[in-house]
Every structure is written in structure tokens, then in C-alpha cells.
Design a protein around this ligand. Structure first.
Ligand code: NAD
Length: 242
């Protein structure tokens, strides 16, 4: 396939590529995305998922929030898949400068990636809203109902960016710097529907914008290369097993 050949060449030539990804990167690890046919948004809950993952829902219906969050957002046994492994290898080999991810599952780091900008935070980090004490994922999972701080009794909030909350400035700045400097931008496994995150790809200035996604995205029309396929398979075909 000609597109794969081009991607293979571009990766081999790159020294500071950036990967920008979303939930589709982790579906091959068994974590459902939001907007595919098998995604979370197609399932029925008492309120739309976007509502249940909003800041106001967290504040006003905290118990329901944690019930939903623990049921649909936490996959403690998920393991990195081929996409995560290939990206980690690309970084080790000096081709990839950073992964910018909308995912909150920590799988890029688990696969060995070192420079990862987590635009929407991570389920692995949790902080007491009152005293700032830090907790891991296990603590939140084991807590019955709303997790409470064992030091002060405050609510332990996941370090995850909810709808209506703003992104962390340092994380965004780091991602923008990496994307601006990129000699290749591979965008994969994202519907590019969630803003402001999706808008960050507009900072790319080069002529090698690659889109790898199962479904079409709004950015397909101005990409230099579009591959509709599974991200793990495509990256493996373009770079080899990792
Ligand atoms: P999305 O659900 O809106 O879109 C996922 C896209 O990935 C879809 O277009 C789908 O066609 C594509 N896709 C699914 N599996 C794929 C595969 N194997 N290979 C290639 N493409 C594949 O996801 P989004 O754009 O990331 O936005 C959803 C928001 O929800 C993000 O903020 C994200 O943080 C969050 N989320 C995160 C996780 C996670 O951490 N794993 C899971 C679900 C949702």
C-alpha cells in the first residue's frame, strides 16, 4: 500500500515527530472509546456521558459521579497494545519527540514512552481536594462510594480534566511547543471532536500531517496522508513489531 510506504519513509526520516492520539489508541487494549459504535456514548445511562463527566455533575452529584466513573472509566488491568509499544520504540530510536494524548489511562508510559503530555490528566493520579494528599488508582477503586482522604476526610478527586474544566497550562504549553517543532505529526485514534484538545494539531507547521483513524475525521481534508485503519496495525506495518 502506497500510503504505508510513505508513512514508513516519513517516520524513518523524522527526528522530532509527534504523535497526537485519543481513545482509539487504547481500544485495542480493551478500553472502549466514546464515539465508535461500541463506544460509551452509544450506551444508555441515566444522563448523557458528557453530563456525568462534567464538573458540575461531580460537584452536585458526587456519589453518582463516582459510581459512573468507576464503572466506565477505570480499566486497571489494561495493558499497552502494539500502538503504544511502537510509539515507545520510535521515541527510544530517536524518531519521536513526544506523545500528546487525550487519554487518561497511562498506557503510553506503561509501554515505555517518556515524554507524554496528558492533556486530560490521568486516572492514576488522585488528590485530596482539602489537604492535597496524593493517592493512586487502587485507593479510589477500593473506596466504597466517594473516596475520602484518610488524613483529613476531604474528597479525593481524580486528576482528570472533566467537561467544563480547563486544561493544565504547563501541559498545553509543552504539547504546543512539541507540535510546533515537529517534523512529522501523526494523529491517530481520535474523532477530533473534543476541544480545546483537538485544536492543538493546528499548531503544526510542516507538510507531513498524517491521520490514522478507523472513521473519517474533520481534519482528513487537510491532511497530507490519510489512512483508515487500526492504529496498532498501521504503526506496526510502518515501523515493525515492537
Ligand atoms: P472518541 O471516542 O471521540 O474517538 C475515538 C476515535 O478513534 C473514533 O473516531 C474511532 O473511529 C477511532 N478508533 C477506535 N478504535 C480505533 C483503532 N483501533 N484504531 C484507529 N482508530 C480507532 O475519542 P477521543 O477523540 O479521544 O475523545 C474522547 C475523549 O474521551 C477524550 O478526551 C479522551 O480522553 C476520553 N477517553 C479516554 C479514554 C482512555 O483514556 N482510554 C477512553 C475513552 C474516552
Amino acid at each position: 500500500m502506497e500510503a504505508l510506504e510513505t508513512l514508513r519513509t516519513w517516520i524513518a526520516q523524522s527526528r522530532r515527530a509527534v504523535f497526537f492520539g485519543g481513545a482509539g489508541v487504547s481500544t485495542e487494549s480493551g478500553i472502549p472509546d466514546f464515539r465508535s459504535d461500541s463506544g460509551i456514548y452509544k450506551k444508555k445511562y441515566p444522563y448523557p456521558a458528557e453530563t456525568m463527566l462534567s464538573h458540575s455533575f461531580y460537584v452536585h452529584r458526587t456519589a453518582e459521579f463516582f459510581d459512573f466513573y468507576k464503572t466506565v472509566m477505570l480499566y486497571p488491568d489494561a495493558q499497552p497494545n502494539a500502538a503504544h509499544r511502537v510509539l515507545a520504540k520510535m521515541e527510544r530510536d530517536g524518531h519521536l519527540a513526544a506523545c500528546v494524548t487525550q487519554n487518561i489511562d497511562g498506557l503510553h508510559q506503561k509501554a515505555g514512552s517518556r515524554t507524554v503530555y496528558e492533556l486530560h490528566g490521568s486516572v492514576l493520579r488522585n488528590t485530596c481536594e482539602r489537604c492535597g494528599e496524593r493517592y493512586g488508582l487502587e485507593y479510589v477503586m477500593r473506596a466504597p462510594g466517594v473516596p475520602k482522604c484518610e488524613k483529613c476526610g476531604g474528597t479525593v478527586k481524580p486528576d482528570v480534566v472533566l467537561y467544563e474544566e480547563s486544561l493544565d497550562t504547563d501541559t498545553v504549553n509543552g504539547a504546543v511547543r512539541a507540535i510546533r517543532a515537529a517534523d512529522l505529526l501523526i494523529v491517530g485514534g481520535t474523532s477530533l471532536a473534543v476541544y480545546p484538545a483537538a485544536g492543538l494539531i493546528d499548531y503544526y507547521r510542516g507538510g507531513r500531517l498524517v491521520l490514522v483513524n478507523l472513521q473519517p475525521t474533520p481534519a482528513d481534508s487537510h491532511a497530507d496522508l490519510v489512512i483508515h485503519g487500526k492504529i496498532g496495525e498501521v504503526l506496526t506495518a510502518a515501523y515493525g513489531e515492537a
